[in-house]
Design a protein around this ligand. Sequence first.
Ligand code: CA
Length: 228
Amino acid sequence: MRALIVEDEPRIARNLKRALETLPTFAADVLGDGMEAWERLRSGEPYDLLLLDRMLPGMDGLEVLERLRESGSHAPVLVLTALGTKEEIIRGLDYGCDDYLVKPYDTGELLARCKALLRRSREHPAPVLRVGSLCVDTRTHEVTRDGRAVELPALEYRLLEYLAYRPGAVVGRAELLEHLYDYNWEKFSNVIEHYVWSIRTKLEAAGEGRLLNTVRGMGYRLSEELGP
Ligand code: CA
């Protein structure tokens, strides 16, 4: 999943990025200016989560949020702010944010809220994603198949989790590249093929059937094995 952090205090922004990227789920981009953030969002960069500071140069955080919602985006937004009065929190929620966290915040709580927002936005209320005999636990980032532990490096986990949120759907390479990497990565589609190959090898290490399928010319689909 891809997150955008909009925060003008460099130290806080760095810490946020570092915290989010301790989870294999996220690649995170950072912008320090509200107008720049709005331009990025308007350009159609497909963010799965937005962490938005309230007081920003260029454009106020709430205005970024208002424009984002007016553009029709449902992306989950967590507003982070030093403005912790009840009135300010109500205002943030009224502008269309999904959650609100007052600085200084606890990193563990922040990450738990990010994961909860993601589950809600993916319409997947349970923290464990199941596809056939495969279990992806989004709390612990453990992957098992028929109870057998499958060890995946961060990027492979990120890819598998992304697909496990949408079992049965065909997801194209371009979409995967957009959601698995941050803005500064050079994106090559054969990288995805390599990861898919590597994940498959591990998912099928005990001779199991294929869960992660290639749909020729279209992309990849994670779905239960067909028939005996
Ligand atoms: Ca600020």
